[in-house]
Design a protein around this ligand. Structure first.
Ligand code: RFL
Length: 387
């Protein structure tokens, strides 16, 4: 078995397979240090934690992660909080930085005797319609190589080789939401004990805890904004304004340690299987980070794929592999639907034309429903913390 990519999808899959004695190698383009320090997600849904628990992969997050159950909306109509552990199915998030999860998964995989090759980039997957697919690779010095396996799992993200190797008939559903975020990691403790969503006429601002010393912030910005074009002072002033710090309390400032620009886009590939090649995680579907679903879907799909591969390889039962694509797509589209709803809830056009005013009135009404309707809150909680 060859797994492309050492992100959450690839490492969860590889851990489960190796634990069941299946021979498997992970090929990762980046070096180990890079993989272990790449800050991205942080909010793990309750079901994700259950999956990691089932496979002995959750020790670190139970030790160092923090339980989270509240989000706060700040809008032109005031602020309100939702304690989602008391709504919906009563579940919570565990906040645990993705790079720490990846480090734990990697450590466990190596302890289990797994093999991983860093600095090896998959270039193409060939002969996926046979039972002897091949992966062309090159190392950091550009030297070519070849891996053969019974199956290949494409867990190499949206720009990986698995996507590039799909046949012409594969459908890619794609949407660009026309919204851009400046994603920031601040060396500062969280400023509130909740996820903060600020809806403001100047654009969205978000606050998400990561650890007691690091906090993630988002600022909606113009498309095409270079990541380094805003000074730290401008960032904090803008966050203060949009988060309405004068009314609700100051933000804890600190050095901006990392910044990136994220264009909010979604896509879904269909089907997720081409012969012996399977897609999982961001390679299968890209989901905008507005609803914090990407890493959670990656873990869920990895578990589904692992179960199907184990059945096929140990008992000759192909049913799980045949059903893989459809099973995952059901989860993916549900998450996409909620993520779209969140984008509409948090962003509006900034213009003063009739269309913008209409859109913003709808957004305001949606927020009012969320503030006042218990059934709407239950629906929100179920989708926000579950999939
Ligand atoms: P990853 O994590 O991108 O890992 C893919 C790995 O494949 C390697 N690779 C290759 N290796 C070999 N050959 C090639 N040709 C290769 N091409 C690539 C890469 O180096 C990498 O190591 O994909 P995976 O495993 O599918 O995991 C997906 C998640 O990383 C992603 O969905 C989340 O980070 C999305 N996301 C969030 N998800 C959540 O569930 N909760 C959150 O709070 C959350 N916050 C976020 C996010 C994504 C963000 N960005 C950067 C878009 C916040 C942000 C800012």
């Amino acid at each position: 078995m060859v797994v492309l990519g050492a992100g959450p999808a690839g490492l969860v899959l590889a851990n489960i397979l190796v634990d069941r004695g299946i021979d498997c190698v992970v090929l990762e383009r980046a070096e180990r240090a890079h993989v272990q320090t790449r800050a991205r997600a942080g909010f793990l849904a309750a079901n994700t934690v259950r999956i990691l628990d089932r496979h002995g992969l959750a020790e670190g997050l139970h030790r160092r992660g923090q339980l989270h159950n509240t989000c706060e909306f700040r809008t032109e109509d005031g602020r309100f909080r939702l304690d989602y552990s008391g709504l919906g199915q009563g579940e919570r998030h565990t906040v645990y930085p993705q790079q720490d999860l990846v480090t734990d998964l990697l450590t466990r995989f190596l302890e289990r005797g797994g093999q991983i090759r860093f600095g090896v980039e998959a270039v193409a997957v060939r002969d996926a319609d046979t039972d002897r697919p091949e992966v062309d690779v090159r190392d950091a010095d550009g030297r070519p190589g070849l891996w053969r396996a019974r199956y290949v799992a494409g867990c190499d993200g949206r720009h990986g080789a698995a996507r590039r190797s799909l046949p012409a008939g594969t459908v890619r559903h794609h949407r660009d939401h026309g919204v851009t975020w400046l994603g920031l990691l601040a060396e500062a403790p969280p400023s509130l004990d909740a996820v903060g969503y600020a809806v403001h006429e100047r654009g969205f601002a978000g606050h998400m805890a990561r650890t007691s010393e690091v906090t993630r912030y988002y600022l909606q910005c113009e498309r095409g904004t270079p990541a380094d074009s805003w000074s730290e002072e401008r960032i904090w002033d803008e966050l203060d304004l949009r988060m309405r710090s004068k009314e609700y309390g100051p933000l804890q400032r600190g050095r901006i340690a990392q910044r990136s620009v994220v264009d909010l886009e979604s896509d879904v590939l269909e089907p997720l299987r081409h012969g012996a090649l399977f897609l999982a995680g961001d390679a299968a579907a890209l989901i905008s980070p507005s609803a914090a679903k990407g890493a959670n879907l990656a873990v869920l799909e990895a578990e589904i794929l692992a179960g199907a591969l184990i059945a096929a390889l140990t008992a000759g039962d192909p049913d799980g592999l045949d059903a893989y694509s459809e099973r995952c797509l059901t989860h993916i589209w549900r998450a996409q639907e909620f993520s779209h709803w969140m984008i509409g809830l948090l962003h509006g056009p900034t213009g003063a034309d009739g269309e913008s005013l209409f859109h913003n009135a709808l957004r305001r009404s949606r927020l009012t429903s969320l503030r006042t309707s218990r059934s709407q809150q239950d629906w929100f909680a179920e989708h926000y913390v579950g999939i």
